[in-house]
Design a protein. Structure first.
Length: 419
């Protein structure tokens, strides 16, 4: 039995989790509990390759949700009482400028994360609740927070500063933060390995295209530019989010349509993007509609791919030299049409997609550009849970080194590194 890490991703009405054996690189259990607080919730749990174990019940709050998850581990295995958990890793969406690294959780750190709630009101409060109930359930085990924003704390000031009034920047922490950092970091490391290069010698443009979507320019293994901003609304066109729009829209729609700022924000987050253009946020539906001659679906594909292409061009300019373009997440991994259309016309930049490789039924990490292409195009399936577990273990190990050895390795003595 190797070292086991429980990864928890607590949302406002859901709890997703994985139990990973990090020595044997094995996913021991995967589960998701949905509809916390509703009359009927659902938990689906898989022990290895076994058939899913389902529980339908009311889960009034996160405390009950975690209790149900632990009971399911007892009923369907693997039995958490008989494995010695090395650590629990928690996904936390917003780390502000405080957290540039995964951080060992204690009461002070938890308070600091809570203080960031105004920056991510939909996500951080749920993440904090998840941490609180898990710390009560596993009081003897170290808990680590892994932040979606942390990887982008390396953005230079030119890239993270918004040209807005000083008071907004200084008093209200308005700047670009960027999200999906755990995914970009994982994918960048795997892409460098696929290219046979060290991460610190690799420049990449990573396109994380899921329901949420973001682009990241990675220079020598570090994030130097990313498309999401203070919130995850900025940047690429997404499933239900608009991505970039004129920032004067809320005021204009206030005057013209009588909408208040919250209504505009909600519509831009939940009623925009592909959903607004084509009536679905799932690209599989949109392709089907486009093939049937639906003009809205065709426009949605054009708008979506145009937005990606624009970011690729911009990030090429930011990096100067690009070793590869990397696609990941639900769309990036599975949609050859989007990959081709968004990179169309970029041959002058050395970027090309090979039709056969791109269409191949092969899954997993792969090249989809022609042999010898100047800027290879890769598909790398993302795995945020593995990355959270890896960073969790590293943080716990660094905290156990003690002050002297931690100083020697450059790791913070208490496992945290707050900037
Ligand atoms: P999330 O951001 O919720 O984690 P995912 O990364 O799982 O989302 O991506 C979900 C999206 O991926 C779906 O909405 C759909 O548009 C797209 N997708 C999934 N499978 C396919 C596929 N086979 N072909 C095209 N698009 C797909």
């Amino acid at each position: 039995m190797g070292r086991e890490v429980l990864v928890l991703n607590a949302g406002s009405s859901s709890m997703k989790y994985q139990l990973l054996d990090m020595d044997w690189h094995e996913r021991l259990a995967v589960g998701a509990l949905e509809r916390i607080g509703e009359r009927e919730g659902r938990l689906e749990h898989r022990n290895g390759d076994a058939a899913p174990h389902e529980v339908t019940a009311a889960f009034p709050d996160h405390e009950h949700a975690l209790e149900a998850i632990l009971a399911t581990f007892r009923d369907a295995g693997p039995d958490l009482d008989s494995v010695e958990l090395t650590a629990v890793g928690h996904r936390v969406v917003h780390g502000g400028t405080l957290f540039a690294q995964p951080t060992l959780l204690d009461d002070d750190v938890l308070k600091q994360i809570r203080d960031l709630n105004p920056l991510a009101p939909l996500h951080n409060p749920a993440n904090v609740t998840g941490i609180e109930v898990a710390r009560r359930a596993f009081p003897q085990v170290p808990h680590v927070a892994v932040f979606d924003t942390a990887f982008h704390q390396s953005l230079p000031p030119a890239a993270h500063t918004y040209a807005v009034p000083r008071a907004w920047r200084e008093q209200y922490a308005v700047r670009r933060y960027g999200f999906h950092g755990t995914s970009h970091q994982y994918v960048a490391r795997r892409a460098a390995a696929l290219l046979g290069k060290a991460p610190q010698d690799t420049n990449l443009i990573v396109l994380h295209l899921g329901n949420g979507a973001s682009a990241c320019a990675i220079e020598a293994g570090r994030s130097v530019e990313t498309s999401m901003g203070t919130t995850p609304l900025q940047g690429l066109v997404m499933g239900t989010r608009s991505g970039d729009v004129d920032p004067a829209l809320p005021a204009y729609l206030g005057r013209a349509a009588g909408l208040d700022a919250q209504q505009v924000e909600s519509a831009l987050n939940h009623g925009s993007g592909l959903l607004a253009l084509a009536g679905s946020n799932d690209l599989r539906d949109i392709h089907r509609a486009a093939q049937g001659g639906d003009g809205d679906a065709e426009l949605a594909l054009d708008v979506y791919c145009h937005s990606i292409r624009k970011y690729v061009g911009a990030y090429y300019a930011v990096l100067g030299h690009v070793d590869a373009i990397v696609f990941t997440a639900g769309v990036g991994e599975n949609d050859p049409v989007i990959r081709t259309r968004s990179l169309q016309g970029l041959a002058r930049l050395g970027i090309a997609v090979d039709p056969q490789r791109n269409q191949s039924a092969e899954r997993g990490e792969r090249f989809v550009s022609p042999e010898g292409c100047e800027v290879p195009v890769l598909v790398v399936p993302t795995d945020e849970e593995i990355e959270i577990a890896r960073q969790t273990l590293e943080t716990v190990d660094a905290s156990r080194l003690g002050p002297q050895r931690a100083a020697d390795t450059g790791a913070p003595a208490d496992g945290s590194a707050r900037t």
